[in-house]
Design a protein around this ligand. Sequence first.
Ligand code: SAH
Length: 396
Amino acid sequence: MNQSGHVILKSGKDQSLMRYHPWVFSGAIKKTKGSFSEGDVIRVYNNKDQFLGLGHYQPGTIAVRVLSFEDRPIDDAFWKERLQDAIHLRKRIGLMDNPATNVFRLVNAEGDGLPGLIIDYYNGTVVIQVHSVGMFRMIVTFADILRELLGSKLKSVYNKSGASLPHKADIDREEGYLIGASPDNKVQENGLSFRVNWTEGQKTGFYIDQRENRALVRSYAKDADVLNLFGYTGGFSVYAAAGGCRSVVSVDSSQKATELAGENMKLNFARGVKHEAIARDAFEYLRESEGRFDLMVLDPPAFAKHHNVLPNAIQGYKKLNRLAIEKIRPGGIIFTFSCSQVMSRENFRKMAFTASANTGRKVRILGQMSQPPDHPVSIYHPEGEYLKGLILQVSG
Ligand code: SAH
């Protein structure tokens, strides 16, 4: 294990690390010492030779992702401790032994002190998605530690990292099972059932981060005609139906996702729910939806992944929200979201303000939404807070 490489930071560039922000940007590095390569654990110092942390090296804008701010070996005992801490938190928030909800995020990267690592739990199947070569190298170790720590709660481990690894990394991107191969893909969330396709689905298979917001939609859905835009596999639609909506339409550009939305609806409601799943562009559908809906969910993909495209992204969100506010029935409710990390809560709210003002309709905020506690955010790493949403009511 090579943990002898060093980077030394430029003067003044140590401040954020001293406050436990875990990223070293390449521009902050003054010089390097020793030999190291992509994926190695290296040591970070300031220009006064003070130790700042140990982390994974990755060529790119974020050059080092700090794993420990203490000087200690990054060995199996370290990984086990971090994974155990992550499990403790999920126990603490009532997700570990909860038959009504057996799908949750087990490791949320920086929020669990493990930058570059996402682990989601699907009723016995653990799906690992790594974002750095350093984490990729540890994948088999993680699977073994999780088997030990989770015991009978773990049936299989799937590696879903083909698309999340850095594009330039020269490594084997093949995805597949590391342990077992569970054919059981049915999970429970707040007492509702879903089929999750982690091998072909988006991200690790399911947007677990919307769990609490989906429950909110359930509480607003009674007797409503609901439009679930960017609906993926029908998460919000199933909750709307559970809340007693009159009808629900799920729209997503992915044909596969809409098929699974239909299946998920049938899984929960054998009959009696008026549901339509449509594979189409959400903007197009919305433009033609004149006055038909009184509850809408707008959960688009991240329109901006980088700061440099933020202005275009804001235009995209504005266009979407403006259309929804224009089209919704008087008194209607809109659940609107952004999962772009670069879109701040403040910018999102300003966007909603402008979109509302452009329509001339009266709009008020009934609630603000965020990500649930199995997606924790280090207070020193605000970039980890990516999901934001508003519950809007449109009158007049
Ligand atoms: N609300 C979902 C997650 C949505 S993720 C849930 O709770 O599970 C965003 C979705 O938008 C993806 O499923 C993607 O296929 C879809 N999408 C992307 N661009 C789209 C477009 N222009 N029109 C409709 N759907 C789109």
